[in-house]
Design a protein around this ligand. Structure first.
Ligand code: ARG
Ligand code: MN
Ligand code: MN
Ligand code: MN
Length: 312
């Protein structure tokens, strides 16, 4: 297959440094070699990690409670251009982050390309401990990585292009075509958003009750066949046992096998158009995982499974 790579070292959607090193460390551990040599993809796009330092304005004051909004807006706007360009050509788009704010760009770009190519509204499977659906006004932290889904669904909008006004209707996704898996840390206003818009969500409670096999059946049934799927995988969906090196770890998460299974079953649909892997922060190390090796290995495994690696 043909794959469009977008490697983004961006950390401005939250306040811990190190998540901008995520893509470089994933690549150094051999991910691209695995993708091209073992899985047989031809890789397009910039194979160097893009840091977008030049897009950082000299002053970036809070706006509607968002921290560093101008930088995040400029970076995600550029990412949207790149994912659009790759997806428009029918390539599988792989984005390596970076914090989860970058999904504003990755999804905006593929949603637009998918509308043009297939004349269909794309679905999003958002695998995460968190829902990342706070509007700026609802957010307690002001961190934009907790807001991408609000901007992508239109729950949050802005008139100003310099902020997120560049996210137009054809770049948005429907709340009806959004499915969450792995949730266990959802803010009170976010819960209200899910309820009011009837958003499909499978928490860890559902994974425990039904098992991941049944959860994936239900998730994919909700989306429907013949619908292009964008998989946005926040590595903090995994339990910190498998992925400790991440900015907002929450215990009680998915096992690595459950994470891989999600990726494998989405791949099997044949409808996957894009994958994001985000929030790998190699600077946040624990005593047991000194080099962030476990988190990196887990991240590589998830991506390989989404791109079609099989066990037999
Ligand atoms: N809900 C919290 C917030 O709004 C945490 C978000 C964590 N997001 C993430 N992509 N890790 O700040
Ligand atoms: Mn998360
Ligand atoms: Mn997230
Ligand atoms: Mn695997």
């Amino acid at each position: 297959g043909e794959l469009g790579l977008v490697a983004v070292g961006f950390s401005g959607g939250q306040t811990k440094e190190g998540v901008d090193d995520g893509p470089q460390v994933l690549i150094e551990s051999g991910l691209l070699t695995q993708i091209s040599e073992e899985l047989g993809y031809k890789i397009h796009g910039d194979q160097n990690v893009q840091l977008f330092k030049e897009l950082a304005p000299t002053a970036d004051p809070d706006y509607r409670g968002m921290k560093k909004p101008l930088h995040a807006s400029a970076v995600t706007r550029e990412i949207a251009k790149q994912t659009y360009e790759q997806s428009r050509q029918g390539r599988m788009v792989l984005t390596l982050g970076g914090d989860h704010s970058i999904a504003i760009g990755t999804i905006a770009g593929t949603a637009k390309a998918t509308r043009e190519r297939h004349n269909r509204e794309m679905a999003v499977i958002w695998v995460d401990a968190h829902t990342d659906i706070n509007t700026p006004e609802q957010s307690d932290s002001g961190n934009i990585h907790g807001m991408p889904v609000a901007f992508l669904t239109g729950l949050a909008k802005d008139d100003n292009e310099e902020y997120f006004g560049w996210v137009k209707d054809d770049m948005r996704i429907s709340v009806k075509k959004l499915v969450y898996i792995g949730l266990r840390s959802v803010d009170i206003p976010e819960r209200k958003n899910l309820r009011e818009h009837g958003i499909k969500a499978f928490s860890m409670f559902d994974v425990d009750r039904h098992g991941i096999g049944r959860v994936m059946e239900m998730a994919l049934a909700h989306i429907g066949s013949d619908t292009p799927i964008h998989l946005s995988f926040d590595v903090d969906a995994l339990d910190p046992m498998w992925a400790p090196s991440t900015g907002t770890p929450v215990r009680g998460g998915l096992t690595l096998r459950e994470g891989d299974y999600i990726c494998e079953s989405v791949h099997q649909t044949g409808n996957l158009v894009a994958v994001d892997l985000v929030e790998v922060n190699p600077k946040l190390v624990t005593a047991e995982d000194a080099g962030a090796n476990e988190t990196i290995r887990a991240g590589c495994s998830l991506v390989r499974c989404a791109l079609g690696e099989t066990l037999l």
